[in-house]
Write a protein that binds this ligand. Structure first.
Ligand code: NAD
Length: 503
């Protein structure tokens, strides 16, 4: 039986333009079937999308913030109404479980909720009498055409980190979704159209490097938001800024979870399992290295290994849900397996081995079972590379100082977490760890919409992060006006009125 391919149109100037197909296959990772073909795109498509966004900008900028917020309000209600449908689409093209997909959509919806407050968020500053008779005010105005380039791992949430805030602030937008998961982005954008967004304010153009380069260098593009792997994030930042654009560029990560000997066994096991194997490890906030400190080796590690062995992997596109789904493509599965192999060859132990996992009900899906590599050392390939799969490295340290030093040697800096009952240890860790998002008895400390998604080091290139107030700052530029008004004597309206008032 052949699957009918889902259409994957561009969205330019309010038109859903069918593309010729024949591009990159979009898979259902649970079964290995091709469900769509994402067009490779062209420079002409990118230019058309930018021109449409540029043409829509003047009227959208003049639309009062409260009216822009009302459209986003309708959009939010529509996303709620179609919540389950979006989550299922997300699961079908990504492979994560339905619970995880619902989380993906919910986190994105929260950014819309944040953006609804835009009339307050855009309020500026005023100081009367900055000098005698002189007032000064700073207001925020939009930038113009903004571009978003997104990865495969959060098909709903990551695009929503960007465009609700950009649009609320009065910008127009061109989204280039991941060619591996374009369908959820399309589904959500259709709701924005239904909510009454004027044509050309939001545009979608599909493709790969050629399209990205055209967007990065287009003179009418003012700002670029990127999320993806570190080498591409660096390239986007360097190329975008060289062409005079404002850029926020999120890269990859390798996040450490410190397990102290006093940590609560049940809660920390649950926290680490969720951090390492949630979304099959395909998360930039995955807790991919557990650092077992002192006696935690005896109290926690055996429970963690047993819990890992119990994780059931399987297809997520049906009613009975497994604990964990497939990874995104067969190539990615093979790369994860190669990395596990390298870890074993370089001396790691493998107390939970997901290499030979069999999923009989979906034999062509892209599965890797939950895996633990124990006694990983800093020089090993698995300690250096972002695996982005269901693999937990375990490293052993004598005390908290050593654990913090280890985490701080990483050139990434997205997140780090500690599980402990000690306030002192938690405080010390929070203060000294060299990364932007810290979890205390929370395995995945990903910031929510009201706070910046706060990578440091090689996990982020730029100055202003996505989400929260930094998101508003990124998508606006300040204008500072200093004003003085003179009185022109007899005949001046102020002079006459003032005189009347004093008689
Ligand atoms: P990726 O870097 O391969 O692709 C991201 C985007 O860049 C896609 O839209 C892709 O089409 C485009 N792209 C790929 N190669 C390109 C090139 N040579 N030139 C121009 N554009 C190119 O990332 P991915 O595999 O889709 O996503 C996984 C990565 O994203 C992981 O490294 C993960 O850690 C990272 N990520 C980071 C965050 C964060 O906030 N820090 C969040 C989610 C994912």
């Amino acid at each position: 039986m052949t699957t009918t391919l889902e259409p994957c149109p561009n969205f330019i100037a309010g038109d859903w333009t069918p593309t010729n197909g024949g591009g990159t296959p979009v898979f259902n990772p649970s079964t290995g079937e091709t469900i769509a073909e994402c067009p490779v795109g062209s420079v002409a498509d990118a230019n058309a999308a930018v021109e449409a966004a540029h043409a829509a900008f003047p009227a959208w900028m003049e639309t009062p913030p409260v009216e822009r917020a009302r459209i986003l309000g309708r959009f939010k209600v529509l996303v709620e109404d179609h919540f389950e449908d979006i989550a299922r689409c997300n699961t079908r093209e990504h492979g994560k479980t339905l619970v995880e997909s619902r989380g993906d959509v919910k986190r994105g919806m929260e950014v819309i909720e944040f953006a609804l407050g835009v009339p307050s968020l855009l309020m500026g500053d005023v100081l009367e009498n900055i000098a005698r008779g002189i007032d000064c005010e700073a207001i925020r105005q939009p930038l113009g055409v903004c571009v978003g380039i997104t990865p495969f791992n959060f098909p709903a949430m990551v695009p929503l980190w960007m465009y609700p805030i950009a649009i609320a602030c009065g910008n127009t937008f061109v989204l280039k979704p991941s060619e591996k998961v374009p369908l959820t982005a399309i589904k959500i954008a259709k709701l924005l159209e239904q909510a009454g967004l004027p044509k050309g304010v939001m545009n979608i153009v599909h493709g790969g490097r050629e399209v990205v380069d055209a967007l990065l260098t287009h003179p009418k593009v003012k700002a670029i938001s990127f999320v993806g792997s570190t080498p591409i994030a660096r390239y986007i930042y360097e190329t975008g800024t060289k062409h005079g654009k404002r850029v926020q560029s999120n890269g990859g990560a390798k996040n450490y979870v410190i397990l102290m000997p006093d940590a609560d066994v049940e809660n920390s096991t649950r926290g680490v399992i969720e951090a390492a194997f949630g979304c099959a490890g395909e998360r930039c906030m995955a807790g991919s290295t557990a650092v077992v400190v002192g006696g935690a080796e005896k109290t926690l590690l055996p429970t963690l290994i047993e819990a890992t062995k119990r994780i059931k992997v399987g297809p997520t596109d049906r009613e009975t849900q497994p604990d964990m789904g497939a990874v995104i493509t067969s190539q990615h599965r093979d790369r994860v397996l190669e990395l596990i192999e390298a870890g074993v060859k370089e001396g790691a132990k493998i107390p939970a081995d997901g290499r030979g996992v069999k999923v009989t009900e979906a034999p062509n899906g892209f599965y890797v079972g939950a895996t633990i590599l124990d006694h990983v050392q800093t020089g090993m390939t698995v300690a250096k590379e972002e695996i982005f799969g269901p693999v937990l490295n375990v490293m052993h340290m004598e005390d908290l100082d050593q654990a913090i030093e280890l985490a701080n040697r990483s050139f990434y800096g997205n997140g780090a977490a500690i599980f402990t009952r000690s306030g002192k240890a938690a405080r010390e860790f929070k203060h000294r760890v060299n990364c932007g998002m810290v979890g205390i008895n929370i395995g995945v400390p990903a910031s929510m919409a009201w706070f910046p998604f706060n990578g440091w080091n090689d996990s982020f290139f730029g100055d202003l992060h996505m989400q929260g107030r930094e998101g508003v700052q990124f998508f606006t530029q300040q204008k500072v006006t200093t004003s003085r008004w003179f009185s022109y004597g007899e005949g001046d309206i102020w002079h006459t009125e003032a005189k009347k008032a004093h008689v």
